[in-house]
Design a protein around this ligand. Structure first.
Ligand code: KG4
Ligand code: ZN
Length: 335
């Protein structure tokens, strides 16, 4: 079974062909970083126009790289939300039009769910598992029980983790996107130089808050006198994010133990899962609880078409198809 997946919810135009045997036959990603760089963040209208310009080239390449035609496919899956609505409309409409013209079933994919199930494409793992989803647009701690079956334990009340990385990088004038630059800079810094707050790590809640941390970095940055101070601040910020994630994930694991929910592993996905310092620390935390820690390979952590196609495979296997009038959704919570 082969599924074409199309993604356009943020600043990557992407398409991929994936099989039910977990083979990624193609995975084409056009990143719009160049278009948005000078603005220091994603500009929705520019993103929508860039998706429109590139979508046919990207989809065509995904099919030709996989060496398949539309008639070889079982269904077409397209991100229908959540995300920047202009971009979502471009990808969803393209996917629907292709499905209609080729007579194939259409699958409306929730972008967050695609991140959540993506680890199953590269790893054999059973439901239920604990998921820490940390991307630019989303921050969710949940139990994944199956396709379309989630229990959300915590979410952010303000910024997402990736957003915090991007905003901190912007205020330290390091460039965009912030995550990879901060990770690289943090390696050179002294992570004990500044003491930063750990928002919402005292209360018995699995929700997150990162906007106070960002403000604390801003206040500290104003006192930085040298480049060295800025580098150290980066290291302190990343260390604090790691400590917050460890605190929340520990709470979630303890919740599962208390409620006798037998999770098979802890998964980290979304763009922030590309951060090796975070993954290394979480891996050792999970080991303390005798739980495997799994993060998809970096190219599947950030937005891509393969995760959309894979959720298409999972849904196709359970015959979950959607109507062509499925409306694109700027917001689409997991539960
Ligand atoms: O999943 P993704 O590609 O897009 C969304 O669905 O939002 O995630 C992008 C986010 C950005 O905020 C980016 O700064 C962050 O992931 N990111 C990282 C790293 N690589 C990407 N954050 C921390 N460390 C990284 N190495
Ligand atoms: Zn994403």
């Amino acid at each position: 079974m082969l599924i074409l997946g199309i993604e356009s919810s943020c600043d990557e135009t992407a398409a991929a062909v994936v099989s039910d045997k977990k083979e990624i036959l193609s995975n084409v990603i056009y990143s719009q970083i160049v278009e948005h760089k000078s603005f220091g963040g994603v500009v929705p209208e520019i993103a929508a126009r860039a998706h429109l310009e590139k979508i046919d080239v990207v989809v065509r390449k995904a099919l030709s790289d996989a060496n398949v035609g539309l008639s070889d496919l079982e269904a077409i899956a397209g991100t229908c939300g959540p995300g920047l609505i202009g971009g979502v409309i471009v990808g969803a409409t393209f996917a629907k039009a292709l499905a209609m013209s080729s007579g194939l079933p259409f699958i409306a994919v929730n972008h967050i769910e695609a991140h959540a199930l993506c680890a199953r494409l590269t790893n054999d793992m059973a439901f239920p598992y604990l998921l820490m989803l940390a991307s630019g647009g989303h921050c969710q701690l949940c139990i994944v029980r199956g396709v379309d079956d989630f229990e959300v334990l915590g979410t952010t009340i303000d910024d997402s983790v990736g957003e915090a990385f991007d905003k901190v990088a912007k205020l330290l004038e390091l460039g965009y996107p912030g995550g990879p630059i901060i990770e690289k800079t943090a390696q050179l810094g002294d992570a004990s130089k500044f003491v930063l707050p750990h928002p919402m790590c005292v209360k018995n809640t699995m929700d997150f808050s990162f906007s106070g941390l960002k403000t604390a970095v801003k206040v500290a940055a104003e006192k930085c006198e040298t480049e060295r101070d800025k580098i150290d601040l980066c290291a302190c910020f990343q260390k604090t994010v790691i400590e917050v994630l460890r605190y929340k994930i520990t709470q979630a694991i303890k919740h599962c133990l208390k409620e006798k929910i037998k999770i098979s592993c802890v998964v980290m996905s979304g763009g922030v899962a590309a951060n090796q310092a975070i993954c290394k620390s979480l891996e050792s935390l999970c080991a303390e609880f005798y739980l495997p820690f799994i993060a998809p390979p970096i190219r599947l952590c950030t937005d891509n078409g393969a995760m959309i196609a894979w959720l298409g495979v999972e849904k196709c296997l359970s015959q979950k198809f959607d109507e062509l009038n499925f409306a694109p959704r700027p917001r689409w919570p997991l539960n």
